[in-house]
Design a protein around this ligand. Sequence first.
Ligand code: ADP
Ligand code: MG
Length: 345
Amino acid sequence: MQPQEKETEISQLGEFGLIHHLTDGIEPKNSSTLKGIGDDAAILTYPDTDVVVSTDLLLEGVHFDLTYVPLKHLGYKSAVVNISDICAMNATPRQITVSLGISKRFTVEHMEQLYDGIRLACQVYGVDLVGGDTTASRQGLVISVTVIGDAPRNMVVRRDGAHDTDLICVSGDLGAAYMGLQVLEREKAASAGRPDFIPKFDGKEYLVERQLKPEARKDIVEALAKAGIKPTSMIDVSDGLSSELLHICKASNTGCRVYEDRIPIDYQTAVMAKELNMNLVTAALNGGEDYELLFTVPLTDHERVSSMKGVHVIGRITRPELGCALVTRDDQEMPLQAQGWNHMA
Ligand code: ADP
Ligand code: MG
C-alpha cells in the first residue's frame, strides 16, 4: 500500500467530509433499521426478537499486515469476521458500525478502498452500515466493527448447551486459511528488497482466498433453520477447531471425542502441509481463521444433519470425566490442546 502522487489528503475533506464521502448513498435495507447514519445514534427496532451484539478491534501490525493485504480485502474481512460471530449465535446479522483511527499516511483513496470492501460485505450479507466514528491515530490504521443481529425469541444458540451423546458437526473444511497465511508470508519473505517481484500462487488460490477473503456461514444458519435443526451449542472457528471445541466443552461441562479421519480438509491444504513438512491434522486442528461453524446437535438429528450439504459429523460429546480427545486413525486417543493458531509456530 503506497500513497500515490495524485491521491487526496484526508485533511482536504476534513472529518465530516470524509464520513460523508465514505458513507454517501448508503440506504438501510432491514426493517429493524429505523435510522442509520446521520444522527447522534442509529435507531433499531425489534419486536418478539432476541438481539445479539458483537464487536472486534483490529490494529495494523497486530491483526493485519498491509504489505500483503489489499485494503478492500481488509474492509471485507473486518466486516465478515464480525458477521460470522452473529451467525455463530444462530442469528441473522442486520446492522454494523465501523470506527476508524487513521494515521497520516492514509489518503481518501485508501479509505475508499477499505469502504469498497465493507460495502461489498454489507451487500453480500444483507447488512446495513448504520454508523461509526472517525478519528486520527498516531500510528497505523485501527478498525473497530460492531455488529448487531437478531433471532426469533428462544432461537439464539450459545456455547454452553452441549449434552452427552450430542453429535459434533463442522461446516466446510479446516486449515486452509492458516495455510493461505503461510503462502502469503512465504511470498512476502521472497519479495523482500525486490520491487519487481511477482508473487506466485499457482495451485494455492483456494488457500490465499480463504485467508484474504473469508466468508461467514450465514448459509449454514439458514440451512439449519430450513432443516428444522436448532443446535444445542455453536461457535465459529476463528482460533482453530481444538480451541473452539474446548470452549464448547468447558462452557457445557462435557467431554468430547473427535475422529481424525472425519476432519474435512481440502486437497490444496494437504499439498501445502506436505510442502511445509507440517503435520496436516495439527494444521487442521489448530490453524485459525476458517470462520466455519462448529456446532452440536442431539443424536436424534443424525439423519437431518447428515443430509445437509457442506456439513460433516466429526465426533460426539461425552460425559465430562472422559475429557476431550482426538481419536487417531490407529485408534489412539490424544488429548485436545488449546493451541490457538497464533501459538502454532
Ligand atoms: P458524533 O459527533 O455524534 O460522534 P460523528 O460526526 O462522529 O458524530 O458522526 C456522524 C454520523 O456519521 C453518525 O451517524 C456516525 O455514526 C456516522 N459515522 C462516523 N464515522 C463513521 C464511519 N467511519 N463509518 C460509518 N459511519 C460513520
Ligand atoms: Mg464521532
